[in-house]
Design a protein. Structure first.
Length: 151
């Protein structure tokens, strides 16, 4: 499972001209589900994200977590995080999970974040989405459950 976190002041997702998800301060999370991902990856990634201390404290230092800061999460499924561009000029996505596996894991990931008491919004799985954000910092962080397992 891979996540690209962007600390935002605000973010939204629009499908067919209608805003389907919107948050204020928090994380825009672009989430990719890989072959073999499951509940263990959902829990590990959700726990890491909600406790990651990248929000400013009263002294302006990145010392608060999403939980500490009262932020929200906007989750957007993005299989392209599994793009393999090592060969040729067209990315391969064979490492991305098929929709039948990925969609329920995206839903479980959102539920795992919500279980921490966060406000969670999402896009529409498989839809063509327009994502708007105001990156705060900018702060952008890459997480990969494979790397978290090795830590």
């Amino acid at each position: 499972m891979r996540a690209l976190l962007q600390r935002v002041t605000r973010a939204s997702v629009t499908v067919d001209g209608e805003i389907v998800g919107r948050i204020g301060r928090g994380f825009l999370i672009l989430l990719g589900i890989g072959q073999g991902d499951g509940e263990a990856e959902v829990k590990a990634l959700a726990d890491k994200i909600v406790n990651l201390r990248v929000f400013s404290d009263d002294d302006g230092k990145m010392n608060r977590s999403l939980l500490d800061s009262g932020g929200a999460a906007l989750v957007v499924s993005q299989f392209t995080l599994y793009a393999d561009v090592r060969k040729g000029r067209r990315p391969s996505f064979v490492e991305a999970a098929p929709p039948a596996l990925a969609e329920p894991l995206v839903e479980r990931f959102m539920a795992a974040l919500a279980a921490y008491g966060l406000s969670v919004a999402g896009g529409v799985f498989g839809a063509r989405m327009d994502v708007a954000l105001l990156n705060d910092g900018p702060v952008t962080i890459w997480l990969d459950s494979e790397q978290l397992r090795r830590a």
